[in-house]
Design a protein around this ligand. Structure first.
Ligand code: NAP
Length: 316
């Protein structure tokens, strides 16, 4: 392994990580971007992105992320596919322990994003991959001419429900209350879509099925009337929010300083955490607006601050 101390270790290869990599590589800094599987993050699993500036037509998330990656590669960035196991952050030289060994860096930009919250109902684990899914772009095509339920009332659930109408014959959106968090423009599109039916004030109590068929139905409870019902579906897509990817890699002594109660990374306006040389960007940052454009802005801010920090700390 290259023992040379890195200027910046970027943890995570979503839009934020790739942008930090682009700016850092272009500034000729010694950088490594650590990614577990493939670059692009959650954005790459998004079917259509229509609010990223510069693209007047909707762009596929994977396509956009491949453009981010190709642009960073043009300046020499090459993702390092090693799983990061833990970070040791408080010394001047930070340590990044991966499946392949230990790397050292003067600064660390954490861009690890979030993962899907589970519903925690009986049948969810049992039928995962057999009708239960957390990714419409990955699994939607398996439900051609079938009936699916989408759980949740945020942007993800309503957008993914609209996407699923390409394949499914019917899409139920099941939400635990009447009010939706999803943007008005998205709600309007869903309401106009004849394949979508809303079931509100209702929770899923159980996902049921058989070994052979996978999911066959969900058991529902109307929270207002207390009425129980059974809804026949072939698939259940769960979008009930996100959780930060921090608990696995941030050690307890660092967690106390840099995480909030929900496990997100707290930063100042320069994306700096309470530990010098340590930054957080994108969805993993507390109070992020969770947009590709926001991750991009966070990344530029963090990278430029890190550059200044390294100059002052190590070269003056
Ligand atoms: P979210 O906005 O947090 O919505 C999660 C939804 O799941 C809420 O409606 C919530 O209900 C419901 N929920 C949570 N726990 C539940 C449970 N145990 N049982 C049943 N329902 C439950 O999450 P998201 O939709 O994944 O969006 C996350 C962030 O990404 C948001 O900031 C969103 O704006 C952003 N995003 C943006 C876009 C875009 O195109 N701009 C696309 C996707 C996501 P309550 O409403 O009752 O709490």
């Amino acid at each position: 392994m290259d023992k040379k101390i890195l200027d910046v270790a970027i943890i995570g290869g979503g839009p934020g990580g790739l942008t930090a990599g682009l700016y850092g590589s272009r500034a000729l800094m010694n950088i490594k971007l650590f990614e577990q599987l493939g670059v692009g993050g959650e954005a790459a699993r998004t079917d259509v992105i229509e609010n990223y500036p510069g693209f007047e037509q909707p762009v596929n998330g994977m396509e956009l992320m491949m453009k981010f990656n190709a642009q960073a590669e043009r300046f020499g960035l090459e993702a390092t596919y090693e799983e990061v196991l833990s970070l040791d952050l408080q010394d001047d030289i930070k340590k990044i322990e991966t499946t392949e060994g230990v790397h050292e860096a003067k600064s660390v930009i954490i861009a690890t994003g979030t993962h899907h919250r589970t519903l925690d109902v009986p049948g969810e684990k049992e039928y995962a991959g057999q009708g239960v899914s957390y990714c419409a772009t990955c699994d939607g095509a398996f439900f051609r001419n079938q009936v699916v339920a989408v759980i949740g009332g945020g942007d993800s659930s309503v957008k993914e429900a609209i996407y699923l109408t390409r394949f499914a014959s019917k899409v139920y959106i099941i939400h635990r209350r009447k009010g939706f968090r999803a943007e008005k423009i998205t709600m309007d599109m869903a309401r106009k879509n004849e394949k979508i039916e809303f079931i509100v004030d209702t929770v899923v109590e159980e996902i049921s099925g058989t070994q052979q068929a996978g999911v066959t139905h969900v058991n529902l409870l109307n929270k207002l009337t207390k009425e129980k019902s059974k809804l026949d579906v072939n698939g259940v897509f769960i979008f009930v929010g996100m959780l930060p990817n921090t608990s696995e890699i941030i050690k307890e002594k660092d967690a106390k300083l840099i995480l909030d109660e929900a496990g997100y990374l707290k930063t100042d306006i320069n994306m700096k955490t309470a530990i010098d040389g340590v930054y957080a960007i994108g969805d993993v940052r507390a109070h992020s607006k969770r947009q590709v454009a926001v991750a991009v802005g966070d990344a530029v801010t963090a990278l430029m601050d890190a550059e200044q920090y390294i100059e002052q700390k190590f070269h003056s």
